[in-house]
Design a binder for this molecule. Sequence first.
Ligand SMILES: [Fe+2]
Length: 426
Amino acid sequence: MWIPLEELKPGMFVSSFDLSWFRHPFVSSRLGVIRDQRLIDELQRLGVRHVEIDPARGSKGGAACHAGQATPDAFEHTTEGFGPPPRFDPPQAGRTEPAGATADLPPVPPPTDPARTARFARKLFDQAMRSTRKLTRGVVGGEQLDVDELKDLVGHLISSVHTNEDVLHNLLLLKSFDDYTYTHSVNLAALGVLLGEAMQLDRNALEIVGLAGILHDVGKCLVPKELIAKPDKLTKEEFEVVKQHSRLGHEHLRAQKGVDPLVLRATLEHHERMDGSGYPHGLKGDAIHPHSYLVSIVDVFDAITSDRVYHGRVSAHTAIRTLFKQRDKAFPKDMVDLFIKRMGVFPANSVVQLRNGCYAVVSRQIEGSPLHPEVIVICDENRVSVPRRRVNTRRLCEEMGRKEFEIERNVEPEEMTCPFLSQGGA
Ligand SMILES: [Fe+2]
């Protein structure tokens, strides 16, 4: 239920508000129970005009919960899947859905409908996979690139990030089940649009980074396949051949019609690094375009969180730590910080073990508490399945001193032999 901000009172549960993510300091627009007037004043100061309240979880009339009390949603039994945090920006007048290869897709569903969101993400993912397979065949077969079809696809990703970001988080989970070559391109487009929106890029720039995400590795189609698929470590000479893919991709795309110069540049520069350690030209600092940095950050994140022929994936948490260490070395600090803020220290869908031994899946971030997200407990310390229980670790750990609910450690994918700990497939 959406209400004007003037009607918001302490005790009400706020599940969303009408301000884009990058215009407010909170990790999520889901604020939970409003504890006192100060937060309402802050929302007013930020320019919030309407908020969505959940009368079932707070008080419609306000003042049901008081600061310092253990609120009812510190524990909550749930049968939900492991979706990312809900998010809703009210539709804006004049926004149009793209037409073309994805024209048969239904409109982006609201985040309040997780089942439709997951179905929509699957359809969008399938269409994206068809488009990227066609792209690969076209490169190998020397056909002209259909840029409009790819723009159409990216348009749906942009519509999703504006309307229901959960679509993209669902889509990103599907990578476990398909070929890395294609899913990597789709993931980079989705992650690029997510980070681009966090950077306040306009629609044209979002389209550029989305297209660059899809096309950045197109040159790999022009490198001997046995090197790309080689399960063993490449020799120095073989690696030099593989490194040619960014230059080959750039040359190939330059000969196509309608490819934006910044997409070409990101394709050429996506392995360049801020400290000059990258390739093909060893560029440094500002010589590398921001869009190229954006693509390279999400490229590293997706590559190390994916299973490859020559290495298993690491958790999203470990990938975030890897990127953190590269701030102001390989990548601009501000851009990495924004990406981490977007994904969280323990990103949604990470598996963690609590201090009490239980295993849980991170369900959403909690504003101001990067180490205390909301989680869903799924297994006990012996990895025996338990009824799923949603736990607000911030309330338990910070307010109630229940330190046994601290996150003890991140759980890496290779540990996930228990079926209840398998990630993916919303
Ligand atoms: Fe690459």
